[in-house]
Design a protein around this ligand. Structure first.
Ligand code: ADP
Ligand code: ASP
Ligand code: MG
Length: 450
């Protein structure tokens, strides 16, 4: 049993009964699909995050739990045989109630993960039943038995070896008999605590599971027919890309294209698993193939936008012609576990952006203790409300003339922290969030709509 396909369905793809039925049709259509990875129903994780943040007023909590119940109840109401699924969903809602109350007294990242995992635990009961009722021989599987992670709650790191071992023991035998439906986004640590891979993590789960079972293909079904030249919600004329390389798509995901969780392509690349991205609403429209080898490598491939950036600028006259300054800065950052994303330097200053660590996607903060230590060395300036614009392409560091076009197009904007030339695949810069969409729209018009 080595040739099979893993299909992942995102939140909008499993938003209601009709959407779940479309997923079932897609699954039926590919007899190689033996494993289905599902997100929570659309909107559910946001409600669970709200509860996990601690809703003190009991009435408010009840309102949110009722909303959760309604979303799942609407699907249960359309099933032919709902009794068993209804019991299971109710058990999970009872857990949500209990954990939400605990979170209102004292939040913890461990509790948050247990609570937000409940969305995927519920949706998979329903999707499995929808599939059974269409005659697909389906079993639901709790992925926490297989997807082993460390205990960094909120952004857990997978243990790839352990996951592969457990998948061989527990998951692959099931796939020989059934189409297995399981949860994206969640896993468990060695002690059996529930963990999550970070918001949008179901894509990453699907790729990790595909790697663990040595799948021959991975399909990511979402609400758009493939990866576009930029987010179609920002630029109306964005167009789908039929084929894209792993490195280009990884750059897009890393630079914030929400269509794929940033880590998704790491396992797929490790095992050279081709990835397809398509729309579960309009599967007939085709989609994007992400492959190792592609037919064309255009200079400009796509534009990505990542908001909620925090820029830290460190200034010191001592930096001028001195050595060891940057080493000290990074020693302090490493000591306080601050992960740096982009960096630019000049004679007496260095600017850097902080990596996103917040599960809820807010702007990352420089810890007060790190700031204090840095201030003994230099002045520290922090700016927020910034967005990172990235132009992704090929052989960019060897091409001439295009920077003039890019900067000429945006000459009326204040561009910050230009990163250009270090990678052949991208050029990126920060802009104030109030002009970020405008920057993407103008660049798209100039570089992709001609
Ligand atoms: P899912 O719930 O299926 O995981 P997401 O909302 O996480 O779906 O991702 C799909 C969304 O990603 C699209 O609706 C689109 O707005 C956004 N997106 C951002 N960049 C791109 C891009 N380059 N191509 C297509 N969609 C993109
Ligand atoms: N349900 C999770 C979220 O909303 C994971 C996912 O959908 O990928 O972030
Ligand atoms: Mg997503």
């Amino acid at each position: 049993m080595s040739l099979f396909n893993v299909a992942k369905f995102g939140g909008t793809s499993v938003a209601n009964f009709e959407a779940m039925s479309r997923c079932a049709a897609i699954i039926e259509n590919n007899p190689n699909t033996k494993l289905v990875v599902s997100s929570a129903c659309s909107g559910v994780t946001n409600l669970l995050v709200e509860l996990a943040n601690g809703v003190v007023c009991e009435q408010e909590r009840t309102k949110i739990i009722e909303k959760l119940a309604d979303i799942h109840q609407a699907i249960l109401a359309k099933l032919e045989s709902a009794t068993e699924s209804a019991v299971e969903v109710q058990k999970i809602l009872d857990t949500v109630t209990r954990l939400a109350e605990a979170a209102s007294i004292q939040e913890s990242t461990k509790l948050t993960d247990h609570l937000v995992a409940c969305g995927e635990l519920m949706s998979t009961h329903l999707l499995a039943q929808v599939m059974r009722e269409r005659g697909i021989n389906t079993v639901r599987f709790d992925i926490r038995q297989v997807l082993r992670t460390d205990n960094s709650f909120g952004k857990a790191e997978p243990d790839v070896e352990q996951t592969a071992l457990l998948a061989h023991e527990k998951l692959i035998p099931l796939c020989q008999e059934f189409v297995v439906v399981t949860q994206g986004f969640i896993g468990s640590d060695e002690q059996g605590n529930t963990t999550t891979l970070g918001r949008g993590g179901s894509d990453y789960s699907a790729a990790l599971i595909a790697e663990a079972v040595k799948a021959e293909g991975l399909e990511i079904w979402t609400d758009v027919p493939g990866i576009y030249t930029t987010d179609p919600r920002i630029a109306e004329k964005a167009s789908p890309i039929p084929e894209i390389s792993f490195s280009e798509a990884s750059e897009m995901a890393n630079f914030g294209a929400k269509i794929l969780h940033p880590s998704t392509l790491v396992p797929a690349l490790r095992h050279d698993i081709p990835v397809f991205v398509g729309s579960s609403k309009e599967p007939e429209k085709g989609g994007t193939w992400i492959r190792h080898q592609v037919q064309s490598s255009p200079l400009f491939r796509a534009l990505a936008l990542r908001c909620n950036q925090t820029m830290v600028t460190l200034r010191s006259a001592k930096m001028f012609h001195a050595y060891g300054f940057l080493a000290k800065v990074f020693e302090i950052l490493a000591k306080h576990k601050v992960s740096v994303d982009l960096i630019t330097t000049s004679e007496i200053s260095v600017s850097l952006t902080l990596d996103q660590t917040d599960t809820a996607g807010g702007a990352p903060e420089l810890p007060a203790a790190a700031r204090q230590e840095l201030e003994e060395l230099c002045t520290v300036e922090i700016e927020q409300n910034l967005c990172l614009v990235a132009l992704i392409g090929n052989n960019m560091s060897e091409s001439r003339g295009y920077a003039k076009k890019v900067f000429g197009t945006l000459e009326d904007l204040n561009l910050r922290m230009l990163c250009f030339g270090a990678s052949p695949h991208n050029l990126c810069f920060l802009v104030h969030e109030s002009v970020a969409r405008h920057a993407i729209q103008k660049l798209h018009q100039e570089l992709f709509e001609v």
